[in-house]
Write a protein that binds this ligand. Structure first.
Ligand SMILES: N[C@@H](CCC(=O)N[C@@H](CSC=O)C(=O)NCC(=O)O)C(=O)O
Length: 284
C-alpha cells in the first residue's frame, strides 16, 4: 500500500492511496478523508460509491463533503468505480456506461468480466479489512452512501449486509437496474441472461424479497434528465409501499443529476449517517 497524496483539509487529512487488490486482481486507488478527530483514536466510517465515469476523485473534488465529515468526526472512503489497468476488459466500443468506470458494484460471473470485475467483494470485504488494518477507522461503525450507479451500489450493499451498516443513503440512485437500459446492459453482460441472478443486485427486488429494515434516505432531483428512463425512483417508492419498508424519499425541486445537486445536500446526508452512527454507539 502506498499513500500517493496527502492534503490538509478542514484540520483533517485528505489522502489518496494505491494498493494491490486481491479480489480485483489489479492495482486500485481510493481516496480517504480522515477528520481531525482521527488524531485522537478510531472514528466511524462512511463509504461513498460514485457513479458512471467516475474515479475516486470526483466526489473528493466536487461534493464539498470534508467540512461536514470534519464537523461530525467521521471518515469517508471513496473507492474507484471499476477495476483498472492493463489487461482489464473494457466495453469494445469504449462506451461510458459499461466496463471501465462502470463496474456496477457486482461480482461478474461471465467471461471476460469475471477475471477482474468483482467490485461487490472489494467493497464489502477487502476494503474494510485493509482500512481497519492501516487507518484509525472503526469498520464496525459504518454507513454507506452513493450517487446514481453508486447509489444503486450503496443500496444493494446495505440491503444485503444490514449487520455491517448502520444506515444507507443515495443521491439519484438507479433503484431497479433490472428495469432500466443502463442496468440491463450491465447486468446482462456481467451476470449473463438469467434475470433471476440479477435480483441480488436490484434494490427493489431485494426489498420485495424481505430485506431487513435500515435507516434509508434517498434524494432525487426533479430536473434530472435520467429520472424517467434510468433511475425510476417511483419503483423504489412502490417497493417500499408494498412491503412496509420505511425510507425517506425526497424529490428536490429544480436539481439535476450533477455534483451541484450532491454538494447541496451532502451535509444533510452526512448528518443523517452521523445520527445513526451515534445511535449505534449508544447501544453498545
Ligand atoms: N458522460 C455522460 C455523463 C456521465 C455522468 O453523468 N456521470 C455521472 C454519474 S451517472 C450515473 O452513474 C457522474 O457522476 N459524473 C461525474 C461528474 O463529476 O459529474 C454523458 O455524456 O452524458
Amino acid at each position: 500500500m502506498e499513500v500517493l497524496n496527502r492534503q490538509r483539509c478542514f484540520e483533517g487529512e485528505q489522502l489518496r492511496v494505491q494498493h494491490r487488490s486481491q479480489s480485483l486482481d489489479c492495482d486500485m486507488t481510493f481516496s480517504l478523508y480522515l477528520p481531525p478527530a482521527a488524531r485522537g483514536g478510531v472514528v466511524p466510517l462512511l463509504y461513498w460509491l460514485s457513479g458512471l465515469t467516475c474515479t475516486d476523485e470526483n466526489f473528493v473534488q466536487k461534493a464539498g463533503a470534508q467540512r461536514y465529515a470534519a464537523e461530525h468526526g467521521v471518515a469517508i472512503v471513496a473507492p474507484d468505480t471499476s477495476p483498472r489497468g492493463e489487461g482489464v476488459a473494457d466495453d469494445p466500443e469504449g462506451a461510458w456506461d459499461f466496463g471501465l468506470g462502470a463496474g456496477f458494484y457486482v461480482n461478474a460471473t461471465e467471461s471476460p468480466w469475471d477475471r477482474h470485475y468483482r467490485m461487490y467483494d472489494y467493497i464489502v470485504d477487502e476494503l474494510p479489512a485493509l482500512l481497519a488494518e492501516e487507518f484509525p477507522v472503526d469498520v464496525e461503525r459504518a454507513s454507506i452512501f452513493g450517487h446514481s450507479m453508486g447509489g444503486h451500489g450503496a443500496l444493494v450493499i446495505a440491503l444485503r449486509n444490514p449487520a455491517k451498516f448502520q444506515s444507507v443513503s443515495a443521491f439519484a440512485p438507479i433503484v431497479a437496474p433490472s428495469q432500466c437500459p443502463w442496468g440491463e446492459k450491465a447486468l446482462g453482460q456481467y451476470l449473463g441472461p438469467d434475470r433471476e441472478n440479477w435480483k441480488n443486485y436490484d434494490s427493489c427486488a431485494l426489498i420485495e424479497a424481505g430485506a431487513l429494515q435500515l435507516p434509508m434516505l434517498v434524494d432525487q432531483g426533479d430536473a434530472d434528465d435520467f429520472l424517467e428512463e434510468q433511475l425510476r425512483t417511483g419503483l423504489l417508492e412502490q417497493a417500499c409501499a408494498d412491503t412496509g419498508y420505511e425510507a425517506t424519499i425526497r424529490y428536490q425541486s429544480g436539481y439535476d443529476h450533477s455534483y451541484f445537486f450532491i454538494s447541496s445536500f451532502v451535509g444533510s446526508h452526512i448528518a443523517f449517517h452521523a445520527r445513526a452512527l451515534e445511535h449505534s454507539l449508544a447501544e453498545d
